[in-house]
Design a protein around this ligand. Structure first.
Ligand code: URA
Ligand code: SF4
Length: 227
């Protein structure tokens, strides 16, 4: 290779190097700017809660969790679904309702024209209790402020506590899901709409039908509120 040719090559290489670096730098900058521009105030606040949850040590569940599960969905959601606690899959992935019960929840949402991204999905406690035991009172008490903040930031019209743990914690009632499911309960500006937990319906066809009916009632409730 002649000296001129080799000079031309190294110049071309360094040019393409500079070009690549510039491109990467620019696209990183743009996405950083967009990242800020596209996060609404509510999204920013929700992210702050999530950031706190993932490092939280306010109760003993932090000692056994793999990942905390803050919850996910739309910051403009009109409905919030609240389960009991993360299970095995949720604990591994850091996302709510991604196991078998989550698959059923996703299907039930779809059956009434809702996608997971349209609603907000979370739990009473954000870390998995060992062997999926029910959360204890002190754990629920320690964790509740996170849910309260999420609810007040999103400002939903409807909150669906799913299963007895969520019903007892959110409604401060000892009545069971059998008695309360499918009946809207207005408290202040929010309508509570208790439901069976999807996990309970996984192996009981009859409960699954009850849940499907309750989802239709929820749809009618949302439509009646023109949401
Ligand atoms: N069960 C729950 O209560 N919550 C989840 O996130 C998954 C299963
Ligand atoms: Fe914190 Fe809630 Fe997890 Fe307990 S369950 S460590 S209070 S995030």
């Amino acid at each position: 290779m002649g000296i001129l040719e080799s000079l031309a090559r190294s110049l071309a290489q360094s040019k393409s190097g500079i070009y690549t670096v510039r491109r990467k730098y620019q696209s990183d900058q743009v996405s950083a700017v967009y990242g800020r521009a596209f996060l609404s105030e509510t999204e920013e606040s929700l992210k702050k809660v999530s950031d706190e949850v993932v490092v939280c040590t306010k109760c003993r569940l932090c000692e056994t969790r793999t990942k905390a599960v803050p919850g996910e969905g739309s910051s403009a959601a009109r409905v919030i679904f609240v389960g009991e606690a993360p299970g095995e899959q949720e604990d591994l992935q850091g996302r709510p309702f991604v196991g078998a019960a989550g698959k059923l929840l996703t299907e039930l949402l779809a059956s009434v024209g809702l996608r997971r991204g349209d609603v907000f999905i979370t739990n009473i406690v954000k870390c998995r209790p060992p062997k999926n035991r029910p959360p204890r009172k002190d754990e629920t008490y320690a964790c509740k402020p996170y849910l309260e903040r999420q609810v007040s930031m999103i400002g939903p019209h409807v909150i669906c506590p799913m299963g007895n743990s969520a019903i007892h914690s959110l409604l401060d009632s000892e009545k069971s899901v059998t008695e309360l499911h499918g009946i809207p309960l207005e408290i202040g500006k929010v309508t509570y709409f208790p439901m069976y937990h999807p996990a309970a319906a996984l192996y009981t066809a009859q409960l699954r039908r009850v849940l499907e009916e309750d989802f239709k009632k929820l749809r009618a409730l949302l439509d009646s509120q023109a949401l």
